[in-house]
Design a protein around this ligand. Structure first.
Ligand code: NAI
Ligand code: MG
Length: 373
């Protein structure tokens, strides 16, 4: 029996390339783990009508956590078109397997560290060290959406909001509504995670990135909860509040002023992409989808079909996701070794993939990192 069971989901396109490269690094770390392959992605949509087959969910339930590469997803018409003939006409609907995993396992934290490793030619500025806690289950991603607008819903909305008058002349199929659902429970648990992290790693502030002056109810709720949690549970750490639009400017102007940031799902999606670009972009952007007892770690990039199978893209994002995974399962020392090895290779500047201005392959990058372990 190995100590850990880790689900291994390369997915589509370069997901396979970066996950192959990652195995070189994990094998060198000699983690006492069994890697259990599990199917996910476009191929399983096409052939089985489900990009996240039930057998994969069953495997995940027997594992400590999962590593995931990337998947391809396509708009509705293409999704229907590409279904194999025996799957067509069954009314199958494509749903993002990643969003489903997050909901199924209640992976409410989306952790996105963005650190400028010294010597990375893509750093916007040296010394940047940001970490975004993005709520992963609610907000505009809750899936509570309407089109065309049902007439009973319209009547109810008109009864409760004078603002609905502005839309009275629009026909029901000329209006779409996506609900921004924010709960006290969801707000409290993500804010608390951000503060716990700040306490553990010695940050003096946590920045809440919202828009309570305009999106009054939802941003208002999380802001009130954040203030309470800060005051009642974390007296040594200050809560900074920033509006999401202004934050986009401040992060470009003064990126060194920030550290731990916390926000809702949609703002977090945007904020974390901007933060990632400050430290090298998609080749360096890792993320953890973390719940109370399960987690899925992944690079944030997609399947980049044009590079699939060429072993040319930067696997560092997936190595950094592996580092998060090691940290989460409690292998702190191995996590630190891995990060130091990655930082060492970047600082030395001899092995660089194309995005860093070099021409080394994903596997050469893996060998270079493994060589330092
Ligand atoms: P993408 O992230 O796959 O690639 C965009 C571009 O970024 C690539 O063409 C490449 O130039 C660069 N890039 C990405 N990863 C890189 C790496 N590791 N090293 C160096 N350069 C890298 O996004 P795109 O092209 O918009 O989407 C392709 C497919 O991936 C689509 O089907 C999309 O739906 C899916 N996707 C999946 C995600 C996931 O699995 N979590 C996330 C984003 C997109
Ligand atoms: Mg995104």
């Amino acid at each position: 029996m190995t100590r850990y069971r880790i689900a291994w989901m390369p997915g589509d396109g370069i997901g396979r390339d970066v996950m192959d490269a990652t195995r070189i690094v994990l094998d060198k770390l000699a983690l006492d783990a069994e890697y259990v392959s599990a199917d996910i992605g476009w191929e399983f949509w096409r052939t089985e009508g489900d990009p996240l087959p039930q057998r994969t969910i069953d495997i995940l339930k027997t594992c400590d956590c999962a590593m995931f590469g990337a998947i391809t997803s396509k708009p509705k018409e293409e999704a229907d078109d590409e279904l194999s003939p025996d799957m067509k006409g069954k009314g199958l609907v494509y749903r993002s397997p990643i969003v489903r995993l997050r909901q199924l396992f209640d992976l409410y934290v989306n952790l996105r560290p963005c650190k400028a490793y010294p010597g990375n030619p893509l750093n916007y500025r040296e010394g940047i060290d940001l970490i975004v806690f993005r709520e992963n289950t609610e907000d505009l991603y809750s899936g509570v959406e309407f089109y065309p607008l049902p007439s009973d819903l319209r009547v109810a909305l008109e009864a409760h909001s004078p603002r609905m008058k502005a839309f009275k002349d629009d026909a029901s199929d000329d209006i779409a509504i996506s609900c921004r659902v924010v709960t006290r429970r969801g707000s409290r648990r993500i804010v608390r995670k951000a503060f716990e992290y700040a306490r553990q790693y010695g940050y003096k502030t946590v920045t809440l990135v919202e828009k309570p002056n305009v999106v009054r109810e939802t941003s208002g709720l999380i802001t009130r909860e954040a203030r309470k949690i800060a005051a009642e549970e974390f007296p040594g750490i200050s809560l900074w509040e920033a509006n999401v639009d202004a934050m986009m400017m401040w992060l470009i102007k003064n990126p060194l002023d920030y550290g731990v940031m916390v926000t809702t799902n949609m703002f977090g999606d945007i904020l974390s992409d901007l933060a990632a670009q400050l430290v090298g972009g998609l080749g360096f952007a890792s993320s953890g989808n973390i719940g109370d007892d399960f987690a899925v770690f992944e690079p944030t990039h997609g399947s980049a079909p044009k590079y699939a199978g060429q072993y040319k893209v930067n696997p560092i994002a997936t190595f950094l996701a592996t580092r998060l995974m090691l940290d989460w399962i409690g292998e702190k020392e191995k996590a630190d070794f891995l990060e130091a090895a990655i930082a060492g290779v970047i600082a030395e500047g001899k092995v660089r993939t194309y995005d860093m201005g070099g021409s080394h392959t994903s596997m050469e990058m893996a060998e270079a990192v493994a060589g330092r372990l």
